[in-house]
Ligand binder design. Structure first.
Ligand code: PFF
Length: 446
């Protein structure tokens, strides 16, 4: 029923919604600690190079698939090629659902930490103590589950409004709020005494630290951050009008996504150095190192609450995109009622999120391949299905659609022919090769 399909109301609406999907925990939580673990400035440069070459090209490829078919990821591959290709769509939908289930758990923590910033219970300067508070919280059988439920309810609430009045409207309001909070925090961090050292760590490249793993970490992060390889951008592309400009919008989304990652780095790394903490603390950098820093800062409770609220907003617009991938499948393929599907998928997501959350605590004894459920879901999606999805999209667009894809890209965009050729070259050769390397590395084969 293509004639009934909802569309974005304007180019800006699409850019904000797609940027909302891209900007998430990946930018603010994951990017700064991965940069910290990978030596700082050199990682930043390599990351940006990957984002603007392979990442941007793949984003364009997914938008082309969505816009040209006006269908969900599985339906899109069916319409364009048939054969075994729809499996790529199904794998994307499954990946989005699995990511959603554990993404909501971590997003729940950000809601909890917003509340706990206000009550002050996490603002303790002693690192060991903040660490044990965090550990006690995430292993608790009830509290994080409660926040996960609240977060899923918020996500479903946005989805109930539909594409224009739900997703786009939320993004129009939340994305500017996110930028504003981020700028306040960048200002706070850069004006701390001793911020210069962190700034140098983040911005001065030291290539002696670069290894094969650095390159692969950068590419994997670029994928996750731009929401690639799981049908999300195919889905958002399917709500574009047939001749909307893909190239310009894709560049805008990529710029916004990279900007938020860089700004998040500018918030976190200078503060970490100013307070003599270590940048390579891993996933705990946000939930352990930062609260101890906020505890030592004037008005720390306010900045802490702002920071975790910022993370919650970023996570919400991303979770909405993940949920939308599943919703659009049932609406397009099963002609189901959108609101009913949103509610049912919300409940099913919660049913998987609960064991994922408990896998960090009372159910940590149940493992899959040596990992608890949350870690296993993260590993399986990030290291296997997401890169595989990206690889197959690149091969599909570069080798199966070929000239048709080029015609789609030019339709609606005044893009220079040399850029079109560069895109085609990246999609056909560079992206597949690079992704095979991530896959092989992610599986621990090299
Ligand atoms: N790009 C999001 C982030 O960086 O946190 C994660 C994500 C959101 C991936 C939505 C996929 C997606 F569909």
């Amino acid at each position: 029923m293509a004639h009934n399909r909802e569309h974005w109301t304007s180019r800006m609406g699409f850019i904000l919604a797609a940027a909302g999907s891209a900007v998430g925990l990946g930018n603010i939580w994951r990017f700064p600690y991965i940069t910290g673990e990978n030596g700082g400035g050199a990682f930043l440069l390599i990351y940006l190079a990957m984002v603007f070459s392979i990442g941007l090209s793949l984003l364009v490829a997914e938008l082309i698939i969505g816009r040209s078919t006006q269908l969900d990821p599985a339906g899109a591959f069916k319409k364009l090629a048939g054969g075994a290709w729809p499996l790529v769509g199904y794998m994307g939908i499954l990946t989005a659902f699995l990511i959603l289930s554990f993404y909501c758990v971590i997003a729940g923590w950000t809601l909890a930490y917003t509340v706990k910033s206000v009550t002050g219970s996490i603002l303790v300067s002693d690192l060991d103590q903040v660490g044990s508070t965090f550990n006690a919280f995430i292993t608790d059988p009830l509290e994080p589950v409660y926040y996960t439920a609240v977060f899923i309810a918020l996500t479903v609430f946005v989805a109930l409004g539909g594409v224009a009045s739900g997703i786009e409207r939320a993004a129009r309001f939340l994305m500017p709020a996110l930028f504003l909070i981020l700028l306040v925090l960048v200002f706070r961090s850069l004006t701390l005494e001793g911020a210069g050292e962190g700034l140098a760590f983040f911005l001065k490249p030291d290539f002696s630290k670069v290894t094969w793993d650095t390159l692969l970490a950068a590419l994997g992060q670029a994928f996750f951050s731009l929401s690639l390889g799981m049908g999300a951008m195919i889905t958002y592309g399917s709500y574009l009008n047939r001749h909307d400009d893909i190239a310009t919008s894709a560049v805008a989304v990529t710029l916004l996504d990279a900007a938020v990652a860089v700004l998040a780095g500018l918030v976190i790394l200078p503060a970490v150095f100013a307070f003599g903490a270590t940048p390579s603390a891993g996933p705990g950098l946000t939930f352990i190192t930062l609260p101890s820093i906020f505890a030592q800062m004037p008005l720390g409770a306010l900045f802490s609450a702002l920071f975790f609220f910022l993370l919650a907003i970023a996570a919400l617009t991303s979770a909405v995109a993940l949920l939308e991938v599943v919703i659009v499948y049932f609406v397009d393929e099963g002609e189901a009622n959108r609101r009913k599907v949103a509610l049912i998928i919300g409940v099913i997501t919660f049913a998987l999120a609960v064991p994922a959350s408990l896998s960090l605590g009372i159910w940590s004894g149940y493992t899959i391949g040596g990992k608890g459920l949350l870690d296993a879901l993260d590993f399986f999606t990030n290291n296997i299905t997401m890169p595989l999805g990206g690889l197959l999209v690149a091969i599909f667009v570069g080798w199966t659609l070929r000239r048709t894809a080029v015609a789609e890209l030019v339709d609606g965009s005044a893009i220079a022919p040399v850029l079109v050729s560069a895109w085609h070259f990246i999609i056909r050769y560079v992206a597949p090769l690079a992704i095979v390397l991530i896959l092989v590395n992610g599986l621990g084969l090299i």
